[in-house]
Design a protein around this ligand. Structure first.
Ligand SMILES: CC(=O)N[C@H]1[C@@H](OP(=O)(O)OP(=O)(O)OC[C@H]2O[C@@H](n3ccc(=O)[nH]c3=O)[C@H](O)[C@@H]2O)O[C@H](CO)[C@@H](O)[C@@H]1O
Length: 354
């Protein structure tokens, strides 16, 4: 029996692609193990699936000055020795790393143990963690064709991003029921990224009185961002984070308003739901979401609002435009050559493992 270790964490976008791979790996009879941080979101998300989880110490690697820059390297070093010990014990035939800071010590320890490594990069340009990890990897899967230029040629493979199969079999009625909505008004699904977005939350909540006249709104607002004052508002449902029911919410949605995290936008594209993207600004990130959103906008899949331009009126205008032109957005999305990346990645795993 072949054994695989998956790793990825920090935000859900570094975990859901690993979750998407689980059914195919199980079907092929893999013995699957997961290494993540002690307390990260990956621990909670992976707990739902029946696979052994190993926590390691994890520290953030920053490009900016912060007092934690003095303590975090020790946490990463500790994580390295912990990962090394775990890998020596499990002896996997391959490591699949989805990125995020926790994966750096795991990848480096796997290299030391001579375990083949496949990395997946969802964004247009590699994040810092993957940049450090790529030299140790045999293969690097990428989501966007543009990313191929940022990875050594012999390692880069254009695969697309693994999307959880269950997202394609959502049930609209179940989604409406889950939110307490009727079938008579269209539904807007708001996804502020896996950790929520305060800026988006504030604008959405500020425009609820107008919005709820014509729409029902289901709002995935992120941990700690629920507003109890809005609990009983008719036509509005808020959740910190949704797991299994996400497929039903997608099925119920006529329009999605989302951050431009690589996984969320690929899911929206695969499901062909008219959408408005509000990428995380350059102030708060390296700008990867801006590139993701620009790529989608130029292909006619999405209406994009820059965070600096986000206001009640710009969002209202965007909603009207997308609703009025929904067919042209859907037609453009139908032309996308999105791969079934799960099969491609499975083949790559089989070719690369020991
Ligand atoms: C702030 C930050 O660092 N953001 C990055 C992070 O975003 P983030 O983790 O938000 O990533 P994505 O949008 O890519 O993925 C979020 C995932 O969580 C799922 N989901 C979300 C909400 C919810 O309630 N339930 C649920 O299942 C989505 O369906 C999706 O699969 O990783 C992405 C992929 O590397 C990057 O593009 C983003 O720039």
């Amino acid at each position: 029996m072949k054994r695989i270790v998956l790793t990825g964490g920090g935000t859900a976008g570094h975990v859901t692609p690993c979750i998407a791979m689980l059914p195919a790996l199980k079907k092929e009879g893999y013995d699957i193990h997961y290494i993540g941080s002690y307390k990260g979101i990956e621990r909670k998300l992976i707990k739902e699936y029946d696979i052994p989880y190993y926590g390691i110490s994890s520290g953030k690697l920053r490009r900016y000055l912060d007092l934690k820059n003095f303590t975090d390297p020790f946490k990463v070093l500790k994580g390295y020795f912990e990962a090394y010990k775990i890998l020596k014990k499990i002896k996997p035939d391959i490591l699949f790393s989805k990125g995020g800071f926790v994966t750096v010590p795991v990848v480096l320890a796997a290299k030391r143990c001579k375990i083949p490594i496949i990395i997946h990069e969802s964004d247009m340009t590699p994040g810092l963690a993957n940049k450090i990890a790529i030299p140790a990897a045999q293969k690097v899967c990428v989501n966007f064709p543009e990313t191929m230029n940022h990875i050594p040629q012999k390692k880069a493979v254009l695969t697309g991003t693994p999307i959880r199969k269950e997202l394609f079999s959502g049930n609209k009625i179940k989604g409406l029921d889950f939110c307490g909505f009727t079938a008579n008004k269209p539904v807007i699904l708001v996804i502020g990224g896996s950790s929520g977005s305060k800026v988006i939350n504030d604008v959405i909540r500020g425009m609820l009185p107008t919005l709820l006249r014509d729409f029902q709104v289901v709002h995935l607002c992120g941990k700690g961002n629920l507003d109890p004052k809005l609990d009983n508002l008719e036509g509005y449902a808020q959740f910190e984070y949704i797991k299994k029911e996400l497929s039903d919410l997608f099925a119920a949605a006529n329009l999605v308003i989302s951050r431009a995290g690589a996984n969320a936008i690929c899911e929206i594209l695969a499901l062909k739901i008219p959408n408005i993207l509000i990428p995380l600004s350059l102030k708060a990130s390296r700008g990867d979401q801006i590139l993701n959103a620009e790529s989608f906008e130029s292909q006619g899949y999405s209406y994009v609002i820059k965070e600096e331009d986000l206001s009640v009126s710009s969002l209202m205008e965007a909603i009207q435009t997308v609703i009025n032109n929904k067919h042209s957005y859907i037609e453009a999305m139908k032309k996308s050559k999105l791969n079934d990346s799960i099969d491609v990645i499975m083949n790559l795993i089989k070719e690369t493992q020991l």
